[in-house]
Design a protein around this ligand. Structure first.
Ligand code: PGA
Length: 251
């Protein structure tokens, strides 16, 4: 029912020249892949270099962040319309690295989600618990709070443009991915909360991705779970062979 979605988050890596080269290699490695959707998220400064390389292919351009206002005196800010003008289709919002290193709160994430939706972008909302929260039995509470607060005042009509990435903070960049059981449990909590917010029908098209140390070795397991609609890949998305293997993992 939901088209599988694999997104690569390049984080703070690649100059424009490097990014264009990486994108070219990904385009050729993914030739013949049509049954799912793939997006790459280069840094802001490489978006203009990657856009023309993937134009006309099935790979979509994503940004890693955006500002919550449309324009104005926000030095260093990048607005949704600037991203749209570069051909971005998707934008990551609320990645845990933004929350941890840049102090982003659920409230700010909510404003960014609404800015993306005001424009023509499709936000990928990132949520996920810290290790202490999981160990303290607070998984459900944390996910419900993040989903509720980050999606406050988002209409059911806009839900179809939304994706959610479940990214447990302890799994990001550690090589220690969530088990399938843990991922499925979290995805079920998130889907149930989306259904409460939007209604079952409007929530149905929202894809829920897993993220955190996704690799060629564990991608097929995630692909085998009906609750997992795709993956958000960090480190492995910078390695063409690994990213291609994840995309071809049997979604
Ligand atoms: P990772 O990062 O795949 O390197 O763990 C995932 C992410 O941060 O989205």
């Amino acid at each position: 029912m939901r088209t599988p979605f694999i997104a690569g988050n390049w984080k703070m890596n690649t100059t424009p020249t490097e990014a264009a080269g990486l994108a070219r290699e990904i385009v050729s490695a993914l030739e013949g892949v049509y049954n799912l959707e793939v997006a790459v998220a280069p840094p802001f400064t490489s978006l203009a270099a990657v856009g023309p390389v993937i134009r006309g292919t099935s790979i979509r351009l994503a940004a890693q962040d955006l500002h919550w206002e449309d324009h104005g005196p926000f030095t260093g800010g990048i607005s949704h319309s600037m991203l749209e003008a570069l051909g971005c289709v998707y934008v990551l919002v609320g990645h845990s690295e933004r929350r941890i290193y840049f102090g982003e709160t659920d409230h700010l994430v909510n404003r960014k989600i609404k800015a993306a939706l005001r424009g023509g972008l499709r936000p990928i909302l990132c949520v996920g618990e810290e290790e202490a929260e999981r160990k303290g039995g607070r998984l459900r509470e944390v996910l419900v709070r993040q989903v509720d607060r980050c999606l406050e005042d988002v209409s059911a009509g806009a839900a179809g443009r939304l994706a959610v990435a479940y990214e447990p903070v302890w799994a990001i960049g550690t090589g220690r991915a969530a088990t399938l059981e843990d991922a499925v449990e979290a995805h079920q909590i998130i889907r149930h909360q989306l259904e409460l917010l939007f209604g079952t029908q409007a929530a149905a098209p929202v894809r829920i991705l897993y993220g955190g140390s996704v690799s060629p070795g564990n991608a097929a397991g995630f692909a085998s779970q009906p609750e997992v609609d795709g993956v958000l890949v960090g480190g492995a998305s910078l390695k063409v062979a690994e990213f291609a293997a994840i995309v071809r993992a049997g979604w």
